[in-house]
Design a protein around this ligand. Structure first.
Ligand code: URA
Length: 237
């Protein structure tokens, strides 16, 4: 692919704007030598304003989504893309969230521009585990773990039961729930089905990939090894 198109696709500007960047000498190799639009250079050697070019297609990043941000590109309030460099919002192919977290849910959120990978993670058949910590309004009854593991729980207005999920009780009003699906408001609706209410919800892992120490509102790129961890969770049953 021609350098101008490659750089424009990464969201640095329109092709016209990128052509100007070349004329202004802002596009260089790693040693600072000015590049020209027709040069043939490997992606990893291209720098703009002295900084390496953003990763090519296939990038995956994780964010510790803060409360109050919506998983959408445009919304009245704060959106998760506001926390990323502005050019990430206009990359082509586009950078999407891998599934969604509610505005009032915090924690591990993945983004990728690799459509096939995204599908492999969110497809219920792939059984990628998502682990949530839920703080509840009322004490657990005691029968929730069995109910959630049964594979028979039917959420209101749905026609197929939920796949088995694993509940670990951490305190009378604190539970860790592992699910393999991503139905609309799934965790909140599961506890609502038991007469409880989720006061706070945080996703702590996707597969074996954990949120770790990433502060709220921050993000980082994932390595190949970390992406592999997404598919290495402990099966629910
Ligand atoms: N389940 C929910 O209810 N909300 C989320 O954000 C994610 C899972």
């Amino acid at each position: 692919m021609k350098l101008v198109k490659l750089i424009a696709n990464l969201g640095y500007g329109s092709r016209k704007e990128v052509a100007w960047m070349f004329r202004e000498g802002r596009v260089t190799d790693a040693a600072g030598e000015v590049l020209y639009a027709d040069d043939k250079v490997e992606h990893e050697h291209v720098h703009i304003d002295g900084e390496p070019l953003d990763p090519p297609v296939g990038m995956v990043l994780m964010m510790n989504k803060p409360l109050g941000a919506t998983c959408s590109r445009k919304d009245q309030g704060r959106v998760v893309y506001d926390l990323l460099p502005p050019r990430y919002r206009v990359r082509d192919p586009s950078l999407s969230t891998v599934g969604r977290l509610d505005r009032d849910t915090s924690g591990l959120l993945l983004f990728t521009d690799d459509g096939a990978l995204l599908h492999r993670i969110i497809s219920p058949r792939a059984e990628v585990t998502k682990i949530y910590e839920a703080t509840l309004a009322q004490d657990l009854r005691g029968d929730e773990a069995e109910l959630f593991a049964s594979g028979t729980l039917m959420l209101e207005s749905e026609t197929t039961p939920l796949a088995p999920a694993r509940l670990e009780v951490l305190a009378p009003r604190l539970a860790r729930l592992t699910v393999t699906e991503g139905r609309y408001h799934q965790v909140r609706r599961m506890f609502a089905a038991t007469g409880n209410h989720v006061d706070a919800l945080r996703r702590i892992a996707v597969g074996a990939l954990q949120l770790d120490e990433l502060p709220a509102g921050e993000w980082r790129m994932l390595s190949e090894a970390e992406i592999a961890k997404v598919f290495a969770g402990t099966p629910v049953v």
